[in-house]
Design a protein around this ligand. Structure first.
Ligand code: ADQ
Length: 458
């Protein structure tokens, strides 16, 4: 296989452990052969209308990082506008939150063209290019327009919506045509793959000449499901590190006589946070033996806060948590501890391990790595229980979790109670099976399988 070139909206320094799940995963793939990682630097240049495309290049071990700044106008229309104001909500089935502003698409195209132009100058003939996520759907089309003949794969980290939801995007036909400039497109689950096939065949007249293959616009496209995983061994070893053990001890002391329920995510409307807080209220109402005994620790890290739909969510959450604490709290017991911040990656496993139950209840999620990290961090002799939304991509693999419908607040409360009362033997059995599943399809399996599929196309 040729040199690997990874392209994603943001880059992370692969040498830093704080980089988090996906950065570690991609760095692992890049470090094998040495490679190039290309993306936006995260810098926004105020006062200029168009991005100048200047590249910041640095070496991080065997990996070359090439990053580009964006002008305020490009950032706002490409990143905040089309990517996170249109594609993110629609792909998570939230047409009600999409802002179909006519001006956004120009910025989205312009930044993808600029990425293509700058990347093209760094490419070598045998390079294999792997593009990530919804910000960059047209990148292959823009590279092809510049004469690039390299093999190009694309992985969609978020869900692929059903045909009639995707079709609500005014530029849906153009987006679909753009997918066909890739050689291989990967999705998180078989359900996402099915949605893509159905749309392509019904709306773009695609033919299906062989399993996993579509033909349209004069091109052949291969597509498959490649569920992303975590580095289970790396995460398990973090669990035994000093920072995680300190966190574990602190939480165990603080909650010695109490059951700890835990939620951890970015503050995002796809994650089902208000529904979860309401389910916790129902738990206290329907199962009052939890009063004074069960605490929900909810950590939601700041995310995309300049978008209006996120501010409303912050206020709603604060008000829901405040009213539970006001109605049920005691001088020595607060039912909900809500924190709007992130937790250092090295401490996170200690928090997961201290929890009796993890609540991972998104309304829709491509995969959800928190669910897998929670499993990896548990003590197999006394594991916590995973309550998982059936609408997270991870639910297709993690069948031994307690699967819930996050819209059904009463049903969720019942499942949380079942999780709290689950006997040790059942917890151990379920955990053993779940651990087996995340080990079988871990992050190394994910990138090896995707890259092998891309390399083996003929
Ligand atoms: P996300 O929507 O960001 O990812 P997720 O898969 O859960 O969701 O990954 C989040 C990562 O950030 C995890 O590694 C987690 O530990 C970390 N994290 C989250 N909240 C944190 C907090 N408060 N403090 C510290 N760390 C925190 C997108 C898609 C998902 C898909 C992934 C990978 O939306 O569906 O699983 O990409 O493909």
């Amino acid at each position: 296989m040729g040199r690997l070139v990874v392209v994603s909206n943001r880059l992370a320094d692969p040498r830093k452990a704080s980089a988090g799940g996906l950065a570690v995963a991609l760095a692992d793939a890049l470090n094998r052969t040495g490679g190039l990682w290309f993306g936006w630097s995260g810098n926004v240049i105020e006062g200029s209308t168009s991005s100048d495309g200047a590249l910041h290049i640095q070496q991080a071990g065997k990996v070359t990082l090439a990053a580009m700044d964006l002008s305020r106008q490009d950032h706002d229309s490409y990143y905040l506008g089309f990517s996170n104001g249109v594609l993110w909500p629609v792909f998570h089935y939230r047409l009600d939150l999409a802002h179909f502003e006519a001006g956004y698409i120009g910025g989205y195209r312009r930044v993808n063209q600029l990425f293509a132009r700058q990347l093209k100058t760094l490419l070598r003939p045998g390079d294999i290019i792997w593009v990530h996520d919804y910000h960059l759907i047209p990148l292959a089309a823009e590279l092809r327009a510049l004469g690039c003949q390299n093999r190009i794969g694309f992985f969609l980290h978020i869900p692929m919506p059903p045909q009639l939801i995707f079709a609500a995007i005014p530029q849906h036909a153009w987006l679909m045509k753009c997918f066909f400039d890739y050689d291989l497109v990967g999705f998180q689950t078989e359900a996402d793959l099915l949605h893509f096939f159905r749309y392509a065949m019904a709306e773009a007249g695609a033919e299906n000449p062989a399993p996993g293959c579509l033909k349209a616009y004069g091109r052949h496209l291969h597509a498959g499901a490649f569920p992303i995983g975590i580095d289970v061994d790396e995460f398990a070893s973090l669990t035994h590190g000093r920072e995680a053990r300190d966190m574990y001890e602190r939480m165990r002391q603080g909650y010695a006589r109490r059951n700890l329920l835990l939620g951890v995510e970015r503050l995002d409307y796809s994650k089902g946070l208000p529904q979860r807080i309401k389910a916790f209220r129902q738990l206290l109402l329907r199962y009052p033996e939890n009063l004074g005994k069960t605490t929900l620790v909810q950590i939601a890290s700041p995310s995309r806060e300049v978008l209006g739909s996120y501010n409303g969510l912050l206020q709603e959450l604060e008000s829901l948590c405040g009213s539970i604490n006001g109605d049920y709290g005691e001088l020595d017991w607060m039912p909900v501890r809500y924190m709007h911040r992130s937790v250092a990656r090295k401490r996170l496993p200690g928090l997961y391990r201290a929890a009796r139950v993890a609540l991972v209840t998104p309304l829709r999620d491509g995969m959800n790595l928190v669910a897998k990290e929670f499993i990896a961090a548990q003590d197999p002799a006394d594991p916590g229980v995973l309550v998982l939304s059936r609408f997270a991509g991870a639910a297709a693999q993690l069948k031994e979790a307690l699967l819930v419908n996050p819209y059904d607040v009463h049903g969720m409360a019942d499942n949380i109670e079942t999780a709290l009362r689950m006997p040790l033997a059942e917890r151990q059995q379920r955990h053993q099976k779940l651990l087996g599943r995340i080990r079988e399809q871990d992050v190394h399996w994910w990138h090896e399988r995707f890259l092998a599929a891309l390399d083996n196309l003929h």
